[in-house]
Ligand binder design. Structure first.
Ligand code: FEO
Length: 397
């Protein structure tokens, strides 16, 4: 894939990772691969904004070489320390001996602890600018979006925001712009990205967007470090971020469960029928057959969660634990939940689920439903009513 001209003097020189299927270890599935976006700015000074994941360093340097000799690079802007963006800095520096690395103070600390290099480094903070001749780079610190080192780079002349991970999507395509790809796929991947990476940081997302709005920066284009560039209507993704950060979602319920011998599954199926009976959208996931990061993405746009588990050893079955761990970490805002499950003696799963869901920030709006052994006809009716009652509550939130 060739270097792509983004604007006059601004080029995409990143890499497409078509085959990556897991990100952040195995915490996030990337069914559609991803891209590592790096941007070359050619002015009186030459700048590389972010780099790529280490294995793609050579590819990126080849793309840079299509436009300028890498020796010409004056600055490498490190908006973020994580290896998918900084992994190629060392290799670039071998080809760009005069380049200075630029980032926040936390970025400098982080890069030194990752790469142990004696790099020429310029620390910047919010409001600092670097004059390139025809344009200047302006920096906006964005700590915890999503690491402490993160910053955004803004170019007023081009009305271009380079916010690194923010507004990104794990989406490998041969196209580079939002108006060239399927919008539904694009927004689904952007939502999945938000849910699995930025969700717990929602208060900071709102604050940062408001800060940028108050600066009254003209933004015609948002070029993130993953996926495609927002140029058709960059406001669309900013508005989506505000909606997600504020917990605004659809009248939809997820029924997420696992079962040992089928009793909890019978409960789940009757609960789904109860929800459906009052015309509320519902989606059902048996955990081991489903993808956790897809469930989180679906939850982002859903109001309620009904979580089910059989009881084993007076507790949840272990296959349900990873979902609870995800929820504890992601801390979804503004969601309601209830728990259900079958047990043989003693019980315990419903109690564990309710306690953990509360810790994760859910509002438990109705008592959990526990059924002994196999649900009979009357008990299945109780499951139906449990789902129906929960769905009625959703409608009035
Ligand atoms: Fe795409 Fe936080 O790295």
């Amino acid at each position: 894939m060739p270097t792509v001209k983004v604007l006059d003097g601004v080029y995409w020189v990143g890499a497409v990772d078509w085959n990556v299927r897991n990100f952040h270890g195995f915490t996030y599935t990337t069914h559609r691969g991803t891209t590592y976006n790096a941007y070359l700015i050619v002015d009186d000074k030459t700048v590389l904004v972010d780099t790529v994941y280490t294995p793609y360093a050579g590819e990126m340097i080849d793309r840079i070489s299509e436009v300028v000799s890498p020796e010409e690079i004056d600055y490498i802007i490190a908006n973020h320390v994580e290896v998918d963006h900084s992994g190629a800095i060392g290799e670039v520096l071998k080809h760009a001996p005069k380049a200075k690395v630029v980032g926040t103070a936390r970025c400098r600390q982080g890069l030194m602890k990752h790469y142990f290099g004696e790099w020429d480094f310029q620390v910047v903070k919010t409001g600092d600018e670097i004059d390139l001749g025809g344009r200047s780079l302006r920096f906006i610190e964005a700590p915890m979006l999503h690491w402490p080192d993160t910053m955004f780079t803004y170019i007023e002349k081009d009305a271009l925001l380079l916010p690194n991970d923010a507004f990104g999507q794990h989406l490998a395509t041969s196209e580079r712009f939002d108006d060239e790809v399927d919008e539904n796929i694009l927004m689904a991947e952007a939502a999945k990205y938000y849910a699995n990476i930025l969700w717990p940081l929602s208060p900071l997302v709102i604050k940062k967007i408001e800060e940028i709005q108050n600066l009254r920066l003209k933004i015609n284009m948002i070029a993130p470090s993953h996926g495609v560039i927002w140029r058709r209507n960059p406001t669309k993704i900013v508005e989506a971020y505000l909606r997600w950060a504020k917990g605004e979602s659809e009248d939809r319920i997820l029924v997420v469960y696992d079962t040992m011998w089928g009793s909890t599954e019978k409960m789940a199926r009757s609960i789904v029928e109860g929800v459906t009976s009052v015309n509320v959208d519902v989606r059902m996931y048996r955990i081991p057959y489903s993808d956790r990061s897809d469930i989180m993405a679906d939850l982002l746009n859903s109001k309620g969660l009904l979580l089910g588990s059989s009881t084993i050893n007076n507790d949840i079955i272990p296959t349900v634990a990873p979902i609870l761990e995800d929820l504890k970490g992601l801390k979804p805002k503004g969601k309601v939940a209830a728990a259900f499950g079958s047990y043989g003696w003693g019980g315990g799963a419903v109690k564990t689920m309710e306690e953990t869901l509360k810790k994760a920030g859910f509002d438990i709006v109705q008592p959990g439903l526990s059924i002994n052994w196999v649900p009979d006809r009357e008990e299945l009716k109780r499951c139906f009513d449990f789902g129906k009652e929960f769905a009625e509550r959703i409608k009035h939130l």
